[in-house]
Design a binder for this molecule. Structure first.
Ligand SMILES: Nc1ncnc2c1ncn2[C@@H]1O[C@H](COP(=O)(O)OP(=O)(O)OP(=O)(O)O)[C@@H](O)[C@H]1O
Ligand SMILES: [Mg+2]
Length: 154
C-alpha cells in the first residue's frame, strides 16, 4: 500500500496524472472517500494524463460518463445509485471486465462487484487542515512499485 498526503487539488490531480500512465484497458480504479475528499479531482488528473479533451465531471443525467481516449474511459459514480441490482442490470460488469479504463466514485457502495484486481484509492479529510487529504493506494505489486517510482522522481 502507498500512503501519502496532498495539500492542494492540484497536487491530487498530479498524482492522478502519474497513475494514468500505468493504466491499461483492463484497469479498474475504485475510489472510496467521503464528500469532497477529491475523488473527482483525482479522476480529472487521470484524464488529463490520458489527454482527454472532454470536461470531466461526475455523471449526473446519466450514470456513466464516457470519455474518448486511446483507451475508452468510463466514469461511474455510485453516490446517487447505490443499489447493486441496478448496477448489475445496467451492465456494470461489461465495464469492469471489458476493454476500457473504469473509474468508480463511491466504490464502497458496490464493493462486492469491484474486481479483486482493481486499484483501490481511499481518500480522507485531514482534521484542521482544510486542503490536505490522506490518500491510501492499494494496487497489484507491480503497479505500486512503478507508481512509487514516479512519485519519487518528481
Ligand atoms: N488536497 C486536495 N485534493 C483534492 N481536492 C482538494 C484538495 N484540497 C482542496 N480540495 C478541494 O476539495 C474539493 C474536492 O472536490 P471533488 O469533487 O474532487 O471531491 P469528491 O470526493 O469527488 O466529492 P463528491 O463526494 O461530491 O463526489 C474541490 O473543491 C477541491 O478544489
Ligand atoms: Mg465526485
Amino acid at each position: 500500500m502507498i500512503v501519502l498526503e496532498t495539500c492542494s487539488a492540484n497536487e491530487t490531480e498530479e498524482l492522478g496524472e502519474k497513475l494514468s500512465a500505468l493504466l491499461t484497458k483492463e484497469s479498474v480504479v475504485a475510489f472510496i472517500g467521503d464528500l469532497a475528499t477529491g475523488k473527482t479531482t483525482m479522476i480529472r488528473g487521470i484524464c488529463r494524463g490520458l489527454e482527454i479533451q472532454q470536461q470531466v465531471e461526475s455523471p449526473t443525467y446519466t450514470l456513466v460518463n464516457e470519455y474518448d481516449g486511446d483507451i475508452p474511459i468510463y466514469h461511474i459514480d455510485c453516490y446517487r445509485e447505490d443499489r447493486i441490482e441496478e448496477w448489475i442490470e445496467l451492465g456494470i460488469n461489461d465495464y469492469f471486465y471489458g476493454d476500457g479504463i473504469t473509474l468508480v466514485e463511491w466504490a464502497d457502495t458496490i464493493e462486492e462487484l469491484i474486481p479483486d484486481t482493481a486499484i483501490r484509492i481511499r481518500m480522507n479529510h485531514r482534521i484542521d487542515r482544510n486542503n490536505c487529504r490522506g490518500i491510501h493506494i492499494q494496487a497489484p505489486p507491480e503497479i505500486e512499485r512503478q507508481l512509487e517510482q514516479r512519485i519519487k522522481i518528481s
